[in-house]
Structure formats: structure tokens, C-alpha cells
Design a protein around this ligand. Structure first.
Ligand code: C2O
Ligand code: CU
Length: 436
């Protein structure tokens, strides 16, 4: 466990709230330096943190769009460094995916870029910088992106809950060890302070709420315990589960999301299970009681209607993760590699005709867990018996673990496949697939 006991541990309710813009998206997203009070509760006295944000805040504004509608946002880069915006988990038109060097050029400081795309799937997504993301995301360039169902489920409150960690000094500044070899070769750059940032501060006893959890941390895997609600897990990574599920501890790798619909039985509190203790990440207070609590069953969300994979895949491939500290030799030229190759190769790892179903065996031959993220399409996790599991855009593979995924590659373009432990991606663990 690396949260410093001496310095910062969140021990009281988060004071920060997400800015909301209702069911319209801002016309523009201006990335620029901001000063934010990250440390809450008893640590607030350490002061505010100079960081980066969108439209004056970090996390950036909650962007909400209705399923099938177009989102049009002008990105204005005023950060002092090249940047770009990636719309994580959206099955997007390739040119809008925000990956410098693959789908667009860097947006230079002082320049603008128009992002315009249709959001085909209803669910919980997020946006973040895809330039020096291991530094820019850690410094605050990210925000929630919600795509609303045509008929949203019947709830009293729809609450985004960002889960993040920060690596701060005792003067509340970022510890300037971005990109340090030590972090890259191990589990990634972990914060020493963690909390949740909910989009509203309170709920009523008896309310039915939708909680949309998003892990925006660079590298930290959060096993999260939620107290004060009784309900069901209804979606993962923006995609509805065919059947609602009971849940206990919800483990989110970096970039993963989980949606819960549940009834409030007391103040909602979020705990982070470190393997030794539970650290309080913050809470949503109780204020009053709902005079008419619902007694209806919690139903599955409507499917987004993705093409189902054929049970017999058209192709089978293996992707082996190698490298890192205590990882043994590998032929890649950087710290990490996929199939012996570090960093983005000239040619795609796979070139696939649209509609090809591929079963990929992900082999983690390293001493660290990795959250492997595919851009542009979702895939099914398969269980060890080969049964089809949930749709995801990021799958967590523990050290020395192997998992198969099944994906219908039906979105044309050049798509990144990388570890979402952002320091790992920066030091070799990324490749790309071309659908054409
Ligand atoms: Cu969330 Cu390649 O990113
Ligand atoms: Cu990794």
C-alpha cells in the first residue's frame, strides 16, 4: 500500500463537487491552468493546488448529450503544451478519437480543434487529454461524458462519482516526478491522496439513485465498497448488463466505469479497500426523506444493440504483455512491450476487414496488473470456460493472468490498443489495429 500514512489520506467527505451543465454540452472546452482545492476535510488547510482544467475547473464540466445526438465542441488549448481530447469509450468516428500521431495532429498551445461526433451508445463515458496523458490527466485534464438513454431509467437522482488520486506535496503542489522511471517500471504513478468527487452533495433517505462511478486515476486500481445503498449493478464501461447484478466490492481499473441503480438507506459512503484497511473516499450526505420511495424492481437498462459476435471467431490472436521491473527479458526497446514490440509500430498489429470477429488471448507475463483499453469499439470479456461476459472497453488483467476477449471490429479506422496505466502506455505498452 503506497498511500502515505503520514501525509494525506482522505478522512472526511469530499468538499468538491462536479460542475454540471445540464443536458447541453458546452460549445467549447478551454484547457488552461487553474488553481483547485483538491485536498478536502482535515487536509484542506494544506491549501489549493495549481493544476490544469477545462473551462476553469478540474474535473472538467459534466458533458451530457442524448443518445444518437451530435456533440460539437471546440477544444481550445491554452495549457502551454501540445494537447488533444480523447472521448473514452465512445464508438466514435476515427478522425475525432483524439490520438495525436494516429488520428490527428497535436493541437498546439494557442490552437483550437473542432470535435464533432455522434454518440451512438447511452452510458457513462469520460473525456481526457491524450497528449502526455500520464502528466496531463494526472494534472486534471479530464471530465465526465454522459450519454442519456432516449428513455432514462426512473430515478430521483443521477449522480456522477469520479474516483481519483493525486500525488501532492505538503504544500499541496504536484510532486514533480511525472514520467519517472521508477513509476513507469512498476505499477505506475500512484497518488498519495484519494477521494470521490460526486456531482451532487446530498440525497434523500429512500431516493432511488443512479451512481455512475468513473476511475480517472493514472494507475491506481480502486476496489470500492459502497455503503448506504441497496440495489444493483446495471452497466460496466458504459454498456448495460443484460441482467442486473448484485454487487459487493466493485473493482475499477483506471478508465473503467460502473453504473449502479440503488435505493438510499443511509448516507452514501465510499470506501477504498487497500488490501489492509478501508480508506474513506468521501460521502453523499442525507438531507430529508423521500415521501414516496419506489418499490418497483430495478430493471436492466435498454441494450445499446451492438452487433453480437459470432461464437466461432474469424480470427484468433494472442497479445502478450512483457517487461517492467521483475519481469524478465523481452526484445522490446522500451520498458514494456506487446508481443516483443515497444511503442507504436509503423504498421498496425492487426489489419482487419470491417465486421471481423477476433478472439484475443491477453497474456500478462509481467509482475504488475494492466488495464488494457481498446479504442473505437467494445469487446466481450470471456470467462475461463469461454462463456461470454460483459461488454467492456478496458479489461483488467492481473499479473500472470490470462483472459480472452471477443470483439467484432466494425468501426473503420486506426485504433489504439494500450494499457491505461498511463505510465505503462508511455513506456512501450501500446499498439494499434486498423479496421479497413
Ligand atoms: Cu482513455 Cu487511449 O484512452
Ligand atoms: Cu500496464
Amino acid at each position: 500500500m503506497t498511500l502515505s500514512r503520514r501525509a494525506f489520506l482522505s478522512s472526511s467527505a469530499a468538499a468538491t463537487l462536479l460542475p454540471s451543465v445540464g443536458l447541453t454540452s458546452p460549445q467549447s472546452l478551454r484547457a488552461a491552468p487553474v488553481v483547485t482545492q483538491i485536498l478536502a476535510g482535515e487536509f484542506a488547510e494544506y491549501g489549493a493546488t495549481p493544476t490544469l482544467g477545462y473551462n476553469g475547473t478540474t474535473p472538467g464540466p459534466l458533458i451530457k448529450v442524448r443518445q444518437g445526438q451530435e456533440l460539437a465542441v471546440t477544444f481550445e488549448n491554452r495549457t502551454g503544451a501540445p494537447s488533444s481530447v480523447h472521448w473514452h469509450g465512445i464508438r466514435i468516428a476515427n478522425g475525432m478519437d483524439g490520438v495525436p500521431g494516429l488520428t490527428q495532429a497535436h493541437v498546439e498551445d494557442g490552437d483550437d480543434f473542432d470535435y464533432r461526433f455522434v454518440a451512438p451508445d447511452a452510458g457513462t463515458f469520460w473525456y481526457h487529454s491524450h497528449s502526455r496523458s500520464w502528466e496531463q490527466v494526472a494534472r486534471g485534464l479530464y471530465g465526465p461524458l454522459i450519454v442519456e438513454e432516449a428513455m432514462p431509467p426512473d430515478v430521483d437522482a443521477d449522480i456522477v462519482v469520479i474516483v481519483d488520486d493525486w500525488r501532492l506535496s505538503e504544500t499541496a503542489e504536484f510532486i514533480d516526478d511525472f514520467g519517472a522511471m521508477f513509476h513507469s517500471a512498476h505499477a505506475g504513478r500512484m497518488g498519495n491522496y484519494a477521494k470521490v468527487i460526486p456531482s451532487q452533495p446530498s440525497v434523500r433517505l429512500g431516493d432511488r439513485v443512479r451512481l455512475r462511478l468513473i476511475n480517472t486515476a493514472n494507475a491506481r486500481i480502486f476496489p470500492i465498497d459502497i455503503a448506504g445503498v441497496e440495489g444493483k449493478l446495471v452497466a460496466l464501461d458504459g454498456m448495460p448488463l443484460p441482467e442486473v447484478q448484485d454487487f459487493g466490492t466493485i473493482t475499477l481499473a483506471p478508465a473503467q466505469r460502473a453504473d449502479i441503480i440503488a435505493d438510499v438507506t443511509e448516507a452514501i459512503s465510499f470506501g477504498f479497500w487497500t488490501g489492509q484497511d478501508t480508506y474513506p473516499l468521501g460521502e453523499i450526505r442525507l438531507e430529508g426523506a423521500n415521501p414516496m420511495p419506489r418499490d418497483t424492481a430495478i430493471a436492466p437498462l435498454p441494450s445499446n444493440g451492438l452487433v453480437e459476435p459470432s461464437l466461432v471467431p474469424d480470427r484468433r490472436e494472442t497479445l502478450k504483455m512483457q517487461g517492467g521491473a521483475m519481469g524478465g527479458a523481452h526484445p522490446g526497446e522500451d520498458i514494456w512491450s506487446f508481443n516483443g514490440l515497444s511503442d507504436l509500430p509503423e504498421a498496425p498489429w492487426l489489419k482487419l476487414a470491417p465486421g471481423t470477429t477476433v478472439q484475443i488471448t491477453l497474456v500478462n507475463d509481467t509482475s504488475f496488473p494492466h488495464g488494457i483499453h481498446l479504442h473505437g469499439q467494445h469487446f466481450h470479456e470471456l470467462d475461463p470456460d469461454g462463456n461470454i461476459g460483459p461488454l467492456r472497453d478496458t479489461t483488467l488483467i492481473n499479473r500472470q493472468e490470462t483472459r480472452d476477449i471477443l470483439c467484432v471490429f466494425d468501426n473503420p479506422g486506426k485504433w489504439l490498443l494500450h494499457c491505461h496505466m498511463l505510465e505503462h502506455a508511455a513506456t512501450g505498452m501500446r499498439t494499434w489495429i486498423e479496421v479497413a
